[in-house]
Design a protein around this ligand. Sequence first.
Ligand SMILES: *Cc1c(COP(=O)(O)O)cnc(C)c1O
Length: 229
Amino acid sequence: MSITTNIQSVQRRINDACMRCGRDPETVTLVLATKTVDSERLREAYEVGATAFGENRVQEALPKYDELLDLDIEWHFIGHLQTNKVRDVLKFATCIQSVDRQSLVDELDAECERRGEGVDILVEVNASGEASKHGCAVDAVDELLEYIQEREWLNVRGFMTIGAMSDDETVVRASFARLRAIRDRAIARGLVPSDAVHLSMGMSSDLDIAIEEGSTMVRVGSAIFGERT
Ligand SMILES: *Cc1c(COP(=O)(O)O)cnc(C)c1O
């Protein structure tokens, strides 16, 4: 299957999921998860309308960013971020989706100040509670949000999670619903701005459920580029 066909079929899944729950498909952004995909294939995806790309590794992203400078791409960072990569990540990413701890907040804020330019962030939450996952623990989210509030350069736009790894749909759905509840409560309590509504959740296998649970951003890789080797 071609990238074009695959993007169309993912877009159809987004539309269908929105239909089922009475949402406007325009409220769901497709972010392509582009790890291991070379810049030529990204160019192909861009030409059929994909404009938001999410990278997992800074070292991999920088050369691809350089090769695609002629395109108007919105680069997100969606992988685990080491503090010593902060300087490089801000060279290309305009939204860091994986902010999950105070040391990273400190480093990002300091580097933004040096650059004189803020950055959009999502707070990554380990909503499933799985030991293997990165992300702030559910019961530590408030503390992290209060910490971020003290920082000048970080614009919280919402939250990100990776769905529970389970064949049981109710378990996966519950992890997405938990992130939505965290967002709603954070807004109600004034811990994030009232427009910090984004929920980045849903990947190739579970984007349909994620949208039904309120996702505003799905991160899709293998359904578009094929299985990674
Ligand atoms: C790889 C990746 C995705 C996309 O996963 P697929 O199953 O290939 O769609 C989404 N989010 C993150 C953080 C990823 O690392």
